[in-house]
Design a protein around this ligand. Structure first.
Ligand SMILES: *Cc1c(COP(=O)(O)O)cnc(C)c1O
Length: 229
């Protein structure tokens, strides 16, 4: 299957899932997770009509950006961001999906202020409380949003999560549902500078279930590009 055919099929599956739960297919953004795929392959996904690209390593982002991989399409940062790498990401990525600490939020905000811009971010949640994963524990989210609401260089646009790896879809659903409850709860609290617009969850093996739980941004790699080298 070509990248073009894969994007078409993923789009159909997204649309099917959306309609099944009474939502509109256009409300769900498809982010192609393009890590370790060449600029040429990224361009194929762009031609097939993905909404955005997602990269998780600052150096790879810079290299492929220089090669014109992302021209005309927004690129999101979806990996753990080290504070000494924010310079290559802020202002290059339309959305940093993986803000996972106050330290990172502060560094992003300072950089954005110097550039005279406001950087859109999502807060990454460690929904499975996994030691190996980054992300903010749900119980600390209120204080992090409080902190972010005081930063002029960032605007929080929602939440992102990577639930524990599991072939068990029912188990994944529980984490997705928990994320949705968190999303709705924080939306209700109406923090300054925080707009709960995007709930980014669901990858190749789980995007249909994530959509059933209210995801409106899915990050799909393997199902579009095939197995990574
Ligand atoms: C690679 C990656 C994905 C996509 O994973 P697949 O299982 O290949 O679809 C999604 N989110 C993040 C943060 C990633 O790094």
């Amino acid at each position: 299957m070509s990248i073009y055919d894969n994007v078409k099929r993923v789009r159909e599956e997204i649309a099917g899932a959306a309609v099944k739960c009474g939502r509109s297919p256009e409300d769900i953004l498809l982010v192609a997770a393009s890590k370790r795929n060449s600029a040429r392959r990224v361009r194929e996904a762009v031609s097939a009509g993905v909404d955005a690209l997602g990269e998780n390593v600052a150096r790879e982002l810079a290299e492929k950006n220089a090669q014109g991989a992302y021209a005309g399409v927004p690129v999101h940062f979806i990996g753990h961001l080290q504070t000494n790498k924010v310079g290559g990401v802020v202002g290059v990525c339309s959305l940093i999906e993986s803000a996972d600490s106050e330290r990172v939020l502060g560094a992003v905000a300072r950089r954005a202020e110097i550039m005279g811009i406001c950087q859109d971010v999502l807060i990454e949640i460690n929904i499975g409380a996994e030691e190996t994963k980054s992300g903010i524990p749900p119980g600390q989210l209120d204080s992090v949003l409080e902190y972010a609401s005081g930063l002029s260089g960032v605007r929080v646009l929602g939440l992102m999560a990577i639930p524990p790896n599991s072939a068990d879809v029912a188990r994944a659903r529980r984490y997705f549902d928990e994320m949705h409850r968190l999303f709705v709860d924080k939306e209700r609290k109406m923090y300054d500078n925080v707009i709960m617009r995007y709930l980014s969850m669901g990858m190749s093996a789980s995007f249909v279930e994530a959509i059933y739980s209210g995801s409106n941004m899915v990050r799909v790699g393997t199902a579009i590009f095939g197995e990574r080298a």
